[in-house]
Design a protein around this ligand. Structure first.
Ligand SMILES: Cc1ncc(COP(=O)(O)O)c(C=O)c1O
Length: 442
């Protein structure tokens, strides 16, 4: 079991200058459990107390090649000697843009940002300008970053939620203007009928349908056959811009992301995370006629847009992804881990499902594979969290909450998979013995 003496002391001092002792609310795990990390290498992390973890969070996805990949780090070190930011163009920008255009179906032009949040914000603005409409359709369980336009849910916890048939967009933070809420139409993911009905009623007000092609913020739920195709058709028939938010799936599920994997091309696409293997870089791009609105009255910019660190990291990462079998390795390790988890959970006789793309998937304590956010809400999340917490105690690091998928990287080894499987068996034995009255474990 891991000791966290130094992390605990750091938390105490950090909380004096950083709200909750962290720089992102999602990193707060309470005073006793909030970790401070010293370093990461490959698929492993070391905290300040010297505990080692096999990392399946990977910084919420970015480290597709593994932490501190030497090829990427060397490219960044070399590039930064030339200076960082000049508020003028560098050749790297067009090199990276050309690589994205070559790899990603339907992407004819791109612009860079520094975070996924900015990328979705700019894509939505562009869609609004292009269509001269203001509303957006988004789906339950998605996350598109921390700008006001997308910070909504429609179901909080297991009990308090709006009807599935007429979801109410509920802000997930104080400080979001009511006027913004009126611009959001929330629908269940994977519900073809609900989408068709809504578009029939509201198409003339809808600028964009923004969709995470795989619910990367709800365990990696996959789209049902026909779902992405229907969104494409609804957009085509009604002059709506289809925005695929590939911040999690981009340069992960395939070289050309979910667009390539599912064979559906959006009008605008957003990328971040794996694009720079952990360095801060993001992008939005898409069809030429839409993207060319930028500069014709549509604004986009940013002091750090196209910064050299991010560009050098993206340039090196894309080269590796394009020219090696890194993504095939990621998927192969993922399949091995999915199989190991399935084999172990079968022996517990608990209802469970393992679902998602091999590079970002989760398991659920429920009879059927979840198709949407509300299925996740009614799965046995408490049991999942107990298991995840037990794994972290044993040096295996998934996100404690089951909304975040398990992320695989090219640096995970078969040894990592078998260590993870052993830890899962131990954890389940302990967790299920402690609730033996409810469950039978053989
Ligand atoms: C699908 C999706 N879009 C957008 C974002 C926001 O990206 P960032 O955290 O880089 O602002 C995230 C972050 O997790 C995401 O998962």
């Amino acid at each position: 079991m891991v000791g966290l003496t130094k992390s605990n002391a750091l938390f105490e001092s950090a909380a004096k200058v950083l709200p909750l002792g962290v720089t992102s609310n999602f990193r707060y795990w309470g005073p006793a459990k909030t970790r401070y990390i010293e370093r990461g290498k490959g698929a492993h992390l070391w905290d300040v107390d010297g505990n080692r973890y096999i990392d399946y969070r990977l910084g919420y996805g970015p480290a597709i090649l593994g932490h501190s990949d030497e090829r990427v780090d060397n490219a960044v070190s070399e590039a930064i000697r030339l200076g960082q930011n000049f508020a003028m163009s560098t050749t790297l920008e067009q090199e990276v843009a050309r690589k994205i255009v070559a790899m990603c179906p339907g992407v004819e032009m791109v612009r860079f940002t520094t975070s996924g949040t900015e990328a979705t914000m700019h894509a939505i603005r562009l869609a609004r300008a292009y269509t001269r409409r203001e509303k957006i359709i988004m789906f339950e369980g998605q996350f598109h970053g921390l700008h006001d336009y997308v910070m909504f849910t429609s179901a909080i916890g297991g009990d308090v939620h709006s009807s599935r048939y007429s979801p109410v967009a509920i802000p997930v933070s104080s400080g979001i203007p009511e006027a913004v809420r009126n611009l959001v139409i929330m629908l269940p993911f994977n519900d073809l009928e609900a989408l068709e009905d809504e578009v029939e009623q509201s198409w003339h007000e809808v600028a964009a349908i923004i969709v995470e092609p795989i619910l990367g913020n709800c365990g990696g739920i996959l789209p049902e056959p026909g779902w992405l195709e229907l969104i494409r058709r609804m957009c085509d028939e009604n002059g709506i811009v289809m925005i695929m938010d590939e911040v999690k799936t981009g340069f992960r599920v395939a070289r050309g992301g979910a667009q390539e994997y599912f064979g559906v091309t959006a009008d605008l696409v957003t990328y971040a995370k794996a694009l720079g293997n952990g360095y801060p870089v993001a992008a939005f791009g898409g069809k030429r006629d839409l993207m060319e609105q930028i500069g014709q009255g549509v604004s986009h910019g940013g002091t750090f847009a196209g910064n050299r660190v991010g560009m050098a990291a993206a340039n090196a990462t894309l080269d590796i992804l394009a020219n090696t079998n890194a993504l095939e390795c990621v998927a192969e390790r993922g399949r091995e881990l999915q199989a190991a988890i399935t084999e172990i959970l079968e022996r517990t006789r608990l209802p469970f499902t393992v679902s998602g793309h091999p590079s970002m998937f989760s398991f659920w304590f429920s009879e059927e594979a979840p198709k949407e956010y509300r299925d996740w809400l009614v799965s046995n999340r408490t049991l999942y969290e107990e298991v995840a917490t037990g794994l972290i105690e044993r040096g295996i690091m998934p996100e404690p909450e089951s909304r975040e998928p398990w992320f695989m990287c090219a640096a995970h080894t078969q040894q990592d998979i078998s260590d993870t499987a052993n830890a899962l068996e131990d954890t389940l034995r302990e967790v299920l013995h402690s609730v033996a009255a409810k469950y039978a474990f053989v």
